[in-house]
Design a protein around this ligand. Structure first.
Ligand code: 5GP
Length: 177
């Protein structure tokens, strides 16, 4: 199988955007107890950069959901593989996602985390594919709107490959997007 990666968002643009998002979040959460919850594995690089750019104290936890595996199409079935380990009751939560595609993962996780009674839950997503939405979830902090392509890099994989790329690219498999 021949997989080719084409650059979509350069490293420098990601860096600037993360700084911009972190500045907004730092202002909005001033004097609050912010917990970032990263959705694994795709959001780990984004969360790390976001956290380092915040000018307020924060803590973090992670939740792992089942991934696409070798497929580039979502099954629409969300499974929690590993839940958060911190208590979040009465805390301000920022759910950090790599890509919003159909929106089903976020809907499921918002419902799941709400049962733990946090004070607030907001969403921060690096990428959004509006063409693919099945439900509309308000994204409070969004990096980039992208076309309907399968993307990799900056923590995001195709079959566990390409997470290490410092930029966001899209892939073509055997000459097809
Ligand atoms: P949703 O539930 O919104 O359909 O899917 C969200 C999840 O699907 C993302 O967290 C990500 O793991 C995966 N996903 C959606 N689009 C892409 C893509 O273009 N590339 C990769 N690698 N994963 C994607």
């Amino acid at each position: 199988m021949n997989v080719k990666v084409f650059k979509l968002i350069p490293e420098e643009d990601i860096k600037n955007k993360v700084k911009e998002l972190a500045d907004r979040i730092s202002k909005d959460y001033l004097n609050k107890e912010l917990i970032l919850i990263g959705i694994l594995k795709g959001a780990f690089v984004f969360l790390a950069d976001l956290m380092r750019n915040l000018t307020i104290p924060s803590s973090c936890d992670f939740i792992k959901v089942s991934s696409y595996g070798k497929s580039t199409e979502s099954s629409g079935i969300v499974k929690i593989v590993a839940d958060i380990s911190m208590p979040i009751e009465d805390k301000d939560i920022l759910l950090v996602e790599d890509i919003v595609d159909t929106g089903l993962t976020l809907q499921y996780l918002i419902n799941h985390l709400s049962l733990k009674k946090p004070k607030s839950i907001k969403i921060c997503a690096l990428l959004d594919k509006p063409e693919r939405h099945k439900i509309e979830i308000p994204i409070d902090y969004l990096g980039f709107t992208i076309p309907n392509k399968f993307v990799v890099g900056y923590g995001i994989d195709y079959d566990e490959k390409f997470r290490y790329l410092p930029y966001i690219g899209y892939i073509e498999i055997n000459g097809e997007e």
